[in-house]
Design a protein around this ligand. Structure first.
Ligand SMILES: CC(C)(COP(=O)(O)OP(=O)(O)OC[C@H]1O[C@@H](n2cnc3c(N)ncnc32)[C@H](O)[C@@H]1OP(=O)(O)O)[C@@H](O)C(=O)NCCC(=O)NCCS
Length: 244
């Protein structure tokens, strides 16, 4: 318990160059206060004291401007810098040493009571104002640019920016999003239609051949010969032949 709290304090010094003293960190960092309130709220939530957990989280929100649902699972070393406007949903999971700036939302996109918030891997940095929405994973060591809206899985060691979030770097290498300028293999709707008509004609020819074979006495070629069958009789023969 004390180890975790000490680690929370250390994370402030590691990630905020403006932090000067322990006293300052203890009294002037709402992000730290919110994480500690959350640890208490989460304990209540998981020990059948749901209302107390919810109320603790509400008091924390009132004092810090950071809303963390007591059901969320936060790893050690989480640092919420500045904090105001941060929202972390009920089924969110956050790994170790994650950094979150002001205005970040770890939100859900479903109204069902299932896992609907993201899972954030260890050492992830989520820039100010970024929204991560949905029950997918943001891989460890990834960084999400400020103002991004991330709506699908992020592999580890990636940099994601923009709306919707797209990966610009992965494993230290730039990811190219090339424009497809290939004009030689464009689909040709006229050729497709002709092809389909040719196939249909071939199929009809095959059917006629088959009928000729089955009904040798019927002049289907329209060569002027009169059928020996009565009107309507031919239809019946064709129908029974196709049923066979
Ligand atoms: C996303 C981020 C982590 C990338 O940092 P980085 O690895 O140093 O990458 P770069 O700054 O070289 O940017 C990489 C590319 O993404 C673009 N980019 C960076 N941040 C962006 C953002 N927030 N939105 C859109 N594009 C962004 C850059 O223009 C660059 O594009 P290019 O390759 O076409 O030139 C960083 O820009 C960021 O947003 N950090 C959050 C910081 C923050 O919120 N601070 C709040 C303090 S209060």
């Amino acid at each position: 318990m004390f180890k975790t709290l000490r680690r929370d304090i250390r994370s402030v010094f590691e990630r905020d160059p403006a932090a000067r003293s322990r006293l300052e960190v203890l009294f002037c960092y709402p992000g730290l206060h919110a994480v500690w309130f959350h640890r208490l709220a989460h304990w209540c939530w998981t020990h059948r004291l749901k209302f107390l957990g919810r109320f603790t989280s509400h008091v924390s929100r009132f004092l810090t401007g950071i809303e963390i649902h007591p059901g969320a699972r936060l790893g050690p070393g989480l640092f919420i810098d500045h904090g105001m406007g941060v929202v972390i949903g009920e089924t969110a999971e956050v790994g170790e040493n994650v950094t979150v700036y002001q205005g970040v939302t770890l939100g859900g996109t479903s109204l069902e009571k299932v896992k609907r918030h993201p899972t954030i891997g260890s050492n992830v940095v989520i820039g100010s104002g970024a929204k991560v929405l949905g029950p997918f994973t943001v891989g460890e060591n990834s960084r999400i640019g400020s103002g991004s809206v991330v709506v699908k899985e992020v592999p580890p060691n990636s940099v994601v920016v923009g709306i919707p979030g797209r990966i610009t770097h992965r494993d230290g290498r730039k990811v190219e999003h090339k424009i497809d300028l290939n004009m030689t293999d464009l689909p040709d709707p006229v050729a497709r239609t002709l092809q389909s008509l040719a196939e249909r004609v071939a199929e009809l020819e095959r059917t006629i051949e088959e009928l000729r074979r089955l009904l040798p006495t019927v002049p289907l070629s329209g060569a002027g010969e009169r059928s020996r069958h009565q009107p309507g009789e031919l239809e019946g023969i064709v129908r029974s032949a196709s049923q066979d």
